[in-house]
Unconditional design. Structure first.
Length: 177
C-alpha cells in the first residue's frame, strides 16, 4: 500500500524493458498500490487497511504522471493494473482497473473490472462495461480483461468482435522492487 513506491518500481521496469528493446509491457492486476490480500482481516484492522488502501489508490491520470513519462521516453506501450479512486465529486468508490498507455505516454483508456469476485466486493465497485473497447497500436489491436473476466465468454467475444488481436490478461501478482 505504497502508491509512490510502486509507481517508482513500475517506472524502473518500463525503462529497463525499453532499454532491452521491448515495445509493449503489461503489469499485474492492481499493481498500484498492490492487491488487497488483507481483505479478509476482521474488525478495526480491516477498516484501517481500507482507509490506507483508499489513500494509496490511483486517480487517473493525475497519479500516473511518472508512468506516462516513462512510457513516452521509452517508446513503450504500457498496460498497468491499478486500484482506481473515482474522481467524481463526492465519490470515494474504488475500482479494479487496467489502464492502457500509448508509446507516446498518453492514456488511451481504461477498463474497470465488471464484477469483483467474492471478497473483492468489499473493496471495489462494479464496472459498467461502457469502457470495454480495443486500442489500435503499432503492435496490433489491444484489449484486456481482469482476472475472472477472462472466463466470461460473452465479454471475450465482444472484444474479438471489436477487432482485438492481442489480449492482455491482468491477473493478481506482486510488483516488487
Amino acid at each position: 500500500m505504497d502508491r509512490e513506491g510502486t509507481v517508482d518500481v513500475a517506472c524502473k521496469a518500463i525503462e529497463e524493458a525499453g532499454r532491452k528493446g521491448a515495445r509493449l509491457i503489461a503489469f499485474p492486476e492492481t499493481s498500484i498500490p498492490g492487491y488487497p490480500y488483507w481483505r479478509s482481516a476482521t474488525g478495526s484492522r480491516w477498516a484501517e487497511y481500507m482507509v490506507e488502501y483508499q489513500k494509496n489508490s490511483v486517480r487517473i491520470p493525475d497519479d500516473l504522471g511518472s508512468i506516462l513519462d516513462s512510457s513516452g521516453d521509452a517508446g513503450i506501450t504500457t498496460v498497468i493494473g491499478v486500484s482506481e479512486l473515482d474522481t467524481t465529486a463526492g465519490s470515494r468508490t474504488l475500482y479494479n482497473t487496467i489502464v492502457f498507455i500509448s508509446s507516446e505516454g498518453e492514456v488511451m483508456g481504461r477498463h474497470r473490472k465488471l464484477m469483483p469476485t467474492h471478497g473483492e466486493r468489499m473493496v471495489w465497485g462494479l464496472g459498467d462495461g461502457t469502457d470495454l473497447r480495443t486500442y489500435r497500436t503499432e503492435h496490433g489491436v489491444l484489449g484486456g480483461l481482469i482476472c475472472y473476466e477472462n472466463h466470461m465468454t460473452p465479454v471475450k467475444s465482444l472484444l474479438a468482435l471489436m477487432g482485438e488481436e492481442i489480449q492482455l490478461r491482468a491477473m493478481a501478482g506482486v510488483l516488487g522492487s
